[in-house]
Structures are given as C-alpha cells and as structure tokens.
Design a protein around this ligand. Structure first.
Ligand code: AMP
Length: 310
C-alpha cells in the first residue's frame, strides 16, 4: 500500500502524545490500518526491514524513536547509546514511514510517573537473569505506553530480541491489548553478525571477535541437523565454536520458545539463545532449532513440523 495522502513526504515528526493522537485520528476514523515500529533509533537494515514490512501491510506507518532510560541497567550503556535523529528520520522516511514519533523523556515519564507493567516469570530468565528485573520492566512499561499512545492495529518487533518478543506477546495477551504482534526475521551482515545499533561501538578487532555468536549458532544448527538431540552436546558445540574467537558466552541456552524453560533434549522446536560481551559491548543473538527430520522419522514415525515461524 502507498503512504496515505495526508502523510506524504517529507515525513512528519511529532514529539507530544496529543500531537500523535491528532495526527492519527482521521486515519483511524476512516478505518485505515496503523502499523507501529518501536525503536530506540540508530536505525540499521534490521529496523528498516520492520518498517518495510509495516509499509507493505498497513495504510499508515508510525516509527517511534525513544531511547528508553528505564530499560538500561548500566548508566554507561545508556550514555554511550548512539543517537542520530536526523539520519534516522531520513532512513525511516525512505523505508516508507509516514510519521516519526520522537518524544522526550519528560513526555514519556512526566513528573509524578509511578506506574509500571511487569510480566512475571518469563522476565527472570536469560536477559532478565543477567540484566536484572528492571530491564524487562522498563521494556514492558514503555511498550505498553507506546501501544496506548499510538493504538496501532499491528506492532512490529524483531526476532533478534527473541525473549523480548516472547514477553511482549505474553503482555499483549494477558492485558487484552487490541494489537497484532508481528515478528520479523533477524537481519544479518554478510558474514552473519546480527545487525545491532551496538555494533557501531565495536573496534575492528572486536568486530572480528563478535562473529563468535553467529559461529556458535551455526555450530548448534549443524549438529542439530545431523540428528543430535542432547541439549548438553548441542550447547557444548556452540561453546566450542566460540573458543577460536576468544569469547566466553554470558549464557548459551536451549529453551522452550514459549515458556523459556531450559530443555535437556531437542525433542521439539527450541530456542537457542546466546549473549556475550565483546570488550565493553554486550551482544545477543538466537536461532530456532528443530529436531532433524530423519531422527523424528526414525524414532517416532512422525512428519517434521513445517513452520519455524516465531
Ligand atoms: P532497538 O532499536 O534495538 O530497540 O530495536 C527495535 C526493533 O528492531 C526491535 O523489535 C528489535 O528486535 C528489532 N531489531 C533490532 N535488530 C534487528 C535485526 N538485526 N533484525 C531484525 N530486527 C531487529
């Protein structure tokens, strides 16, 4: 679908919630569909793929740009987070966004702000275990606010942040939020490194070592495809693949893709999630593993599930 007439280029930037609502109200009344792509800016091809998907599926595309302080557990990470609004505005517009919502911290968290949204259990694991409970509380609170501010029909998130997607789907279901969550595949550099705004902080040596994460995922994929079912063995291969890069994972885990409970065996679809620090930069990545078709056929006489969509 094409950008709607009232939102033709140059793309408009709004900073206040009232302004955002006014900008969307006519479209909503006329029954036009609204897509929201929440981002923290420093846009790269990963973000742009979400915007392109929204453009293809919705009449109006809103991109939010907000570096959310409450989800950072380290002040230094927040301070070092890249900020480049002018470039982001241009890239978002070129990718098909109609409206950039770039609120200030005070607009999102006015004086007296006292409410938070918390998803229990799922947020204690993986990223939550390392970054503490405040990280996901920050994410779920700001995502709820952005959904309430924009009231989109569809909100777009990346599989790159697999746990975030699982937590947000839970939140949307538990709070009966009237929005469809659309998950888009991870976009990678040609050598496999998952695109991330934090990659810009890697020096050339760190950039080379950052490939440890993708190599671990590839190694796990390979042994799983060869029929390996033991979680320990699969994770061992993943860890082993990181060694030549002199990178120790913070965690590498095989978990249920809905509950995030650890899996001892790859008897069904599983999420392999990984995090590692490369110098001062923390990177995450993941892949979906399925038991290989031969081993399913041999051990159970069943067909392999065809969908690997998150
Ligand atoms: P961020 O700006 O890092 O908060 O990311 C905004 C959205 O873009 C989130 O839904 C991310 O999962 C998604 N995203 C970030 N990196 C990628 C990537 N390499 N491929 C696909 N989506 C991504």
């Amino acid at each position: 679908m094409k950008p709607s007439d009232s939102f033709s280029t140059p793309m408009r930037t709004v900073r206040a919630v009232g302004e955002l609502r006014r900008a969307l109200s006519a479209a909503r009344r006329e029954g036009r569909t609204i897509g929201l792509v929440p981002t923290m800016g420093a846009l790269h091809e990963g973000h742009l793929s979400l915007i392109a998907r929204a453009r293809a599926q919705c009449d109006l595309v809103v991109v939010s740009l907000f570096v959310n302080p409450s989800q950072f557990n380290e002040r230094s990470d927040l301070d070092a987070y890249p900020r480049q609004e002018e470039q982001d505005r241009r890239l978002a517009g070129e990718a098909g966004a109609d409206l950039l919502f770039a609120p200030s911290v005070e607009e999102v968290y006015p004086v007296g702000f006292a409410t938070s949204v918390e998803v229990l259990g799922l947020t204690d694991r993986l990223e939550g275990a390392v970054r503490g409970s405040s990280h996901f509380r920050g994410v779920t609170t700001v995502v709820t606010k952005l959904l309430n501010m924009t009231m989109p029909d569809v909100a777009y998130f990346g599989q790159k942040d697999a746990q975030q997607v699982i937590v947000i789907k839970r939140l949307v279901e538990d709070l009966n939020l009237p929005v469809t969550v659309e998950v888009c595949p991870t976009v990678r550099e040609p050598d496999g490194l998952a695109m991330s705004s934090r990659n810009a902080r890697l020096d050339p040596g760190e950039r080379a070592r950052a490939l440890a994460l993708f190599s671990a995922l590839e190694a796990a994929d390979r042994v799983a495809a060869d029929g390996e079912r033991s979680g320990e063995t699969i994770l061992g291969h993943a860890r082993e693949a990181m060694r030549p890069f002199d990178v120790e994972p913070e965690y590498v885990a095989l978990v249920d893709p809905y509950t995030l409970e650890p899996l001892e065996r790859l008897d069904r679809r599983a999420l392999l999630a990984i995090a590692a620090r490369i110098g001062g930069t923390r990177l995450i990545d993941n892949t979906i593993l399925e038991p290989s078709p031969q081993t399913i056929a041999i051990s159970r006489g069943e067909a392999r599930p065809t969908s690997v969509a998150a």
